[in-house]
Design a protein around this ligand. Sequence first.
Ligand code: DGY
Length: 328
Amino acid sequence: MSAQTLKVIVTRQLPEPVETRMKELFDVELNTSDTPMTRAEIADALQRADVLVPTLGDKIDQALLAQAGDQLRLIANYGAGFDHIDVQTALQRGIMVSNTPGVLTDDTADMTMTMILAVTRRLREGNLMMQKGEWQGWSPTALMGRRIGGKRLGILGMGRIGQAVARRARAFGLQVHYHNRRRLHADTESALEATYWESFDQMLARVDILSIHVPHTPSTFHLLNARRLKLMKPDAVIINTARGEVIDENALTRMLRGGEIAGAGLDVYENGNDINPRLRGLDNVLLLPHMGSATVEGRLDMGEKVIINIKTFADGHRPPDQVVPAML
Ligand code: DGY
């Protein structure tokens, strides 16, 4: 099929250069309002598109896929995570799914370090004090945080992003510990000077900072449940730039409020943008609106990947970033 006759429907507004390139290459329908599509609108798009370009807010489940037209052959996700798409059902229906891995790694790792420092050095409180005009001048005891050098950082999930965080963390003098489904190759482990823990529970009890870098899958849902959170040191902090569903948000909120966990930096939430209201206003919690990959460069690179995936598909080949069953 020629790329120019390919009906591509995009569910959200994308950076302008990405949309311009898509208009040059495909018969594309853009969402210029940037309002997320309703379920009915996604169903309509699935009925008409050869290729759908959704993003992480668009839940594409079995019931929606059952309404897809026979012409739909590719879901080219604008994003690395694909937990919002029922990939298994898509594949059973002969629909390929692709994503945009690799291009968000450094941005997300940078954001993770930013959040580690922001939480341990109490940036939120300092900034709030300045904005409210409450600063009385320098004081030897005001807003003392914790030094990160020499502390233990536990990384849950040592894939691309986990390793990028480990490299940065070493430069800050953190001791890197990790838990992963598979132990890293010995060379990689020693290059990162990382200590592997087969038992996540045992690692949890020993780290000062925990950073989450696993995808959301049935086996990682609430991996950090109330029992595991209680294993952590009360002066430990948790950073999550991966997926909210990995942490039991209610249990974490209770423990943060009760002083059983010292602090948290959260960029993602268990129920999307429906955040536990009791997390708001806590001094020891930094809340961000899923900004981990939000750089101009990263978002353009994501668009470039989507376009390459669609073009390769149009040329009759498998998209380079096809999600395959082994990844589920
Ligand atoms: C992704 O692409 O899945 C990221 O979470 C976006 O920041």
